[in-house]
Structures are given as C-alpha cells and as structure tokens.
Design a protein around this ligand. Sequence first.
Ligand SMILES: C[S@@+](CC[C@H](N)C(=O)[O-])C[C@H]1O[C@@H](n2cnc3c(N)ncnc32)[C@H](O)[C@@H]1O
Length: 317
Amino acid sequence: MDDSLPEVFLQRCAAILSAEDLAALLSAHASPPVAVRWTGCPESLHEGSAYLQAHEISTTPVAWYDHAWRVQFADREVLVRLPWVESQQIFVQSLSSMAAVLNMGILPGMDILDLCAAPGAKTSLIRRLQQGSGVLVANDVSQGRTQRLKHLLSMQGFDGIDVQTGDARSLGGVMESCFDRVLADVPCSGEGRFVRARPESWSTWSERSISMLAKRQLKLLESACRCLRVGGEVLYATCTMAPEENEGVLHQFFDRRARRGDFGMSMVPIEWHVDQRRPPLSQWRGVVFRDEVMESVRVVAGDGMTPFFMARLRRES
Ligand SMILES: C[S@@+](CC[C@H](N)C(=O)[O-])C[C@H]1O[C@@H](n2cnc3c(N)ncnc32)[C@H](O)[C@@H]1O
C-alpha cells in the first residue's frame, strides 16, 4: 500500500508551518499521540492513575487539565483492552478534543448545543462541565453516528441529553436564540489526524474537497451563531491546518456580515497558553484576512497534541 502523503499536501504544510512544526506533524502522523480522560468522579481521580500504573501503563500528567494523562503510543494496544478503558471510566480521547471543550467557558447550568456531536467525545466532557444542570442538545447528521453517540453517553452514565439527528445547517432556523454556548466542531479535512499506517485516513484529501468543506463549514458556523442568545458564544473548531477551513471561514463569516448587516458578532480572545499555540495566518493565497480573524488560535503538533484550530465568537446583539 502506498503510504506517501500527497505532494500538494506537503507543499501546503511547508508554506504554513516552520520546519520544526512540520517535523512534529510528521512525527504525530507516524505515532499518533494517545491520551485518556478520567470520567469517574473527581474525588477518585487518584484511583485512575493508580489503576494505569498497576497495569504498567506509564502516564504523563497534562499541565492544563488534571483529569487527563498522556500515554505512550507503544502502550496503546494494552491500554484499550483494560476493563476500565472498555467501560469508559478511563476514556481514550485526544488532548486536542479536550482542549476545545475546555476553552468554551462552560459554567454549570448553561444551555448548550453540540452542533456536530457524534461520536460524542466532546459531548461527554461538556456534560461533565455542566455538572448535571442545564440543557444539552447533541446533534449530528448521521443516523449511524448518533447511535454511537447514544451508546457512548450511556456508557459514561449520562442521561437527560437531547440527542437529535439532522442537518445542523438548518438548526439556526429551528432553535434560534436558545443557547448560552454552541460547539461547532465541524466536519473537516482532518489533516491533523492523518495516520501514516492508514492511508485511508487521507485518501479523500484534495484541495477540491477542502473548498467544498469550507462552504459547508461557513453555513454551519452561521447556523451555530443564530442559535445563540445575546451574550452567548460559539466555539468553532477543526482538526485541520487548511487555512480555507480555518481563518478563511472566519474571514468570510465576518465579511458577509459587514456587507449584508445582521446581528452583531465579535471574537473573544482565548486565554489558553501552551507551547504549541501559534498565531493565525494573516493571509493565504492572496486573501488578507480581516482583523477579527487574528483572535483565533492555531495549535501545532507536539506535547501529546495533534494540530487543531479554534475560535471563540460572541453574539453581541
Ligand atoms: C469532527 S466530527 C465531530 C466529532 C465530535 N464532536 C466528537 O468530539 O466526538 C464532525 C461530525 O459532523 C457531522 N456532520 C457533517 N455534516 C453535518 C451537518 N450538516 N449537520 C450536522 N452534522 C454534520 C459528521 O457526521 C461528524 O460526526
């Protein structure tokens, strides 16, 4: 099987990343970082690390989230067969996925919409941060994936979550002004999650599919914002480096509003400082991005993370 990454992809990466960040990306593609999250009650957190140690899984703490640990790639096979991992008391989830939710500014009691929720890794962390109070609607367009989402939520002991199957591009018209927070973890080209040993992980990658995804992402973001109450916030996230799907979507979003006029939206600075954080691109292929876009955050591979992008937007009126 041909495991060479597309040449155009590598050229694009070289244009976006420093040599060091590109090397870290290729290393993450070769041995994807592994992390786990404790889903039991916070008071028994120490039981989780003791359990992993007892099974000779060496763990590294995560500086910005004490309910998570990094695990060696080489231990993955053993890890996923452990009973507490099978029962999801210890849940395998990427640090990038956890970081997006932790940057939503969730408080107990907030009403939250998870727009593209399946298979539900982030939904379950959102529910935990809500501390059992507030509405949570978890939506996904795929029937099969919403079944997986329901299974995951029941494995982790969560009930009272409204799981819906539908195209989130129309949710803005159905659930207008209903939520304090919306997570828009949109479908993307997944460049940060390519796995070298699995060429199928990038077999659909192309610049054409990036531009189709970007159109869909813009519609999803617009729908997400419409679902917000005044003062509410959307977290827009992708696990790709493609500027068209990241800065490009935000640029078009604010540009359209400036031209057509609509309710007010602004960007919220993200106070999350890790060594892998990078500034957003200020331009790409001749398009100079609007000032608002400069509040978004790129994260490169390293320290247990795969690359991702996030932006926090607030509804002002
Ligand atoms: C990046 S994944 C979401 C991962 C999920 N948030 C998690 O953490 O487990 C993107 C999801 O968007 C869903 N999706 C794609 N197009 C959609 C649409 N128009 N409306 C709602 N969901 C959509 C896909 O089925 C997929 O499950």
